[in-house]
Every structure is written in structure tokens, then in C-alpha cells.
Design a protein around this ligand. Structure first.
Ligand code: ZN
Length: 157
């Protein structure tokens, strides 16, 4: 018998200027399994103390969210190592495996492109307004997969 819980919650994420970065409220709640690393640590440590129906404003400093910006993650690469075509500041490259952080183009010259591998939210203190929609035990399948499967544990991914 598992005692690991799955928690479903709605959230609205804002930056220190109060600008909304992301929100789940137009769609399904977000689900995560305790201890699985599905969500940032600073958010999980508060959510696991709440119960269904609770609403809370949670401030997560950058180091407990997506980390501080690291200047060594800003790298300059020759253009010929990148996909052909027009490359301009603000473009984003996603890694093939989908696990490495996206690379954002900072600037370009005729021969080189400067890329930023920091997470777009690195260095930003975040505020989450959350509402707990569901708390339930993880299913056997979720335990085997190591992540939550949404509303009754049946959604596939
Ligand atoms: Zn799964």
C-alpha cells in the first residue's frame, strides 16, 4: 500500500512586478506526485501542507524556483554549428531530447551566435496563487511511472 499522495491544484504565477507569467485556470489543474520532482521544490514544500479547498499565496525565491542565473550558461557558438536559416535575437532552440533547458538567442554576428541556456525564469522571484483541487493517494501505475497522471490517475501522457 502506497502512502504517497497526488495533489491537483490550480495556480496563477506572477513575477515581482505582478505580471502574470502562467496560469492553469483556463484548463485542467496541474497534478504532481509528492517527492517526484515534478514541480519546483519551493512550491512543493508548501503545497504538501495544504488540504483540498485551501487557497494560498506562495512566494518562492529564485533559488528555490528555477535557480539563479549563471553567466557561464551564456555561450557563443559559431553559426555553422546551428541549424541553417535566419537566426535572430529572441529565437529559442529546444533540445532534441526535450530535457535540456531551451536555448535563447541573445545576439548574433555574421559568424557567431550568443545563446543563453539559463531557464527563462532563472533569477526571478515567483509568486503562486494556488487553490488545492484534489488530494488523493497515488495509484499503483503512478508509483511505477514516478509521476502523477491527472484527475482519477487515468489520464495518459
Ligand atoms: Zn505515466
Amino acid at each position: 500500500m502506497s502512502h504517497t499522495r497526488v495533489i491537483g491544484f490550480h495556480y496563477t504565477l506572477t513575477d515581482p512586478q505582478g505580471k502574470t507569467i502562467d496560469s492553469s485556470t483556463d484548463g485542467d489543474p496541474m497534478y504532481f506526485m509528492e517527492g517526484s520532482g515534478q514541480i519546483i521544490p519551493g512550491l512543493e514544500e508548501v503545497l504538501i501542507t495544504l488540504k483540498k479547498g485551501d487557497k494560498k499565496k506562495i512566494d518562492v525565491v529564485a533559488e528555490n524556483a528555477y535557480g539563479e542565473r549563471e553567466e557561464e550558461n551564456v555561450i557563443e557558438v559559431p553559426r555553422d554549428q546551428l541549424p541553417k536559416g535566419d537566426i535572430k535575437a529572441g529565437d529559442v532552440f529546444h533540445s532534441r531530447d526535450g530535457h535540456s533547458p531551451p536555448l535563447t538567442v541573445v545576439s548574433t554576428t555574421d559568424t557567431h551566435v550568443t545563446l543563453d541556456a539559463n531557464h527563462p525564469l532563472a533569477g526571478i522571484d515567483l509568486t503562486f496563487d494556488v487553490e488545492i483541487m484534489e488530494v488523493r493517494m497515488a495509484t499503483q501505475e503512478e508509483m511505477e511511472h514516478g509521476h502523477a497522471h491527472g484527475p482519477q490517475g487515468h489520464s495518459h501522457h
